[in-house]
Design a protein around this ligand. Sequence first.
Ligand code: NAD
Length: 513
Amino acid sequence: MATVAAEVQAFTARKFEKPAKFLKFCENQGQPLGGMIGDKEIRGTMNVTFETSDPGSLEVLATVCEMGQAEVDRAVQAAQSAHAAWGKTSVEERCQLVMKFVELCERDRDVLLACEIFDGGKVSELAEGDFEQIRACAEYFCQVARKAQMGDGPAMRVGPGLKGFTHREPWGVVAGIIPWNYPIVLNSWFIFPALLAGNCILLKPAEDTPLSSIYMGRLAAEAGFPAGVFNVLPGRGEITGQFIAEHPGVRFISFTGSPGVGQSILRTCDLHGTRMKREMGGNGSAIVLADADPEVVARQIGRYTNQHYGQTCCTIHRVFVDQKIADDFINAQRDFFENLNIGYQADEGTQLGAVVNSTQFARVQQAQKETVARGGQAILPGGVADVADRHGYYLKPALFRTQPGVNCNPWEVFHCYASICPVQSAEQALQLANSSPYGLGASVWTKDVERGIELAKQFRDGTCQVNCHNCVAYGLPYGGQGISGGPGGGVNCEETFYDYTQVKAIYVGDYPA
Ligand code: NAD
């Protein structure tokens, strides 16, 4: 077996202490944290609160007020009133406010990192990378907004005495429903294109990780967004989320989350005439060709299989490897998985921390068992991991060997988990990789880059990669096919900006003689 030229490591923690400003924010002068409506902190009329906790220690970080129907109503009204003026601001005014908000996020970088690390259970290396997305995303969408064709399009003659043209404008009130795994990244992907297109927003964070959104709401008020432009509505999906989905004043919803929830919200939106865009889960695949160095590629794939402990939407869960190198690949992958440093996410050197909540803890263990029941052969069976002096949702990584015709992991597992299937050819690998209802991200690993590109184009997925995985770049669409997403190209491209606008056809006839 070839020697590994460069050591590829899993994302790793440095020691991270809670900054005083984060503690003060969570403490909130002894009051539960409210939503942000208008530019005010609102506790809500339901008098319902929930706790948000650190998955690696089970310590309660803060108590949060749940927003009910009255608050969703109030937020929609605030947003509608604000839109009358916000929709008419110039692109430059919006860009200035957005960049002021980014500067405030950067001033309070440690607070937002603490939200990701303690509320979300993430290691610092990944949280720091996520944080960079705030500026990158804002700058990209400022550029797009400056060039975007809003307002009236060119007129065309459509009949005798009749002309027509398009008129593009913001929807008005749009909502972002966000999952727990990448709050500051996914908030940015929603907030910036939505605001820069001239909309007023309702941001609904996941109940497991509400802190960064609530903090961002405060920073938006400090940046000077007019009251009602930027509203934050924490609460459970089936309560706050459902009220948002049912509200006729919300014109467009950008949803990121699991396919089942996305499908259910889509049905609600359809009933209420709300447009919806969905970015959902995946069951990522990787194809490793015979010319690849099994050890080098196993480490690369290991890094991305374990990104945020596999709680990343396009995580590689299925690997199809040429049978000629399969044994070497499996051994190297097992070594990588076995040597992951399991521990508390804010302790130096941790690479595999706790999963986000008790539901996920049970779900992953169930998926590990079902894989074996479906015919997967356990190389590393997974199960509960002990971490000294910590009570948290810790699980071991899991690795299985399978064979063509044995579909042992049909569903997204969302942990450091993979099945490896030796195959006879790249064509067989492609057919197996594509035989999934998901279609988010897939990769080919080979020294023959041209052949890799040829194969990558044949994935049904929205993101097709050669010798890399989990790639995201502004200017290229990031979106899913099949049950992983739709409609449209995805996020982070020009088309995303236009998703936050509606186009009307305007016809003008000569006054009848
Ligand atoms: P989820 O679907 O359970 O929840 C997502 C959001 O929807 C949360 O804010 C939740 O409160 C809300 N929600 C739940 N029920 C609702 C309802 N009835 N009405 C309105 N809102 C409701 O997802 P999750 O567990 O938070 O996140 C993990 C999932 O997200 C995984 O499937 C992952 O792959 C996916 N994801 C996809 C992408 C992407 O870009 N494609 C990115 C990150 C995560």
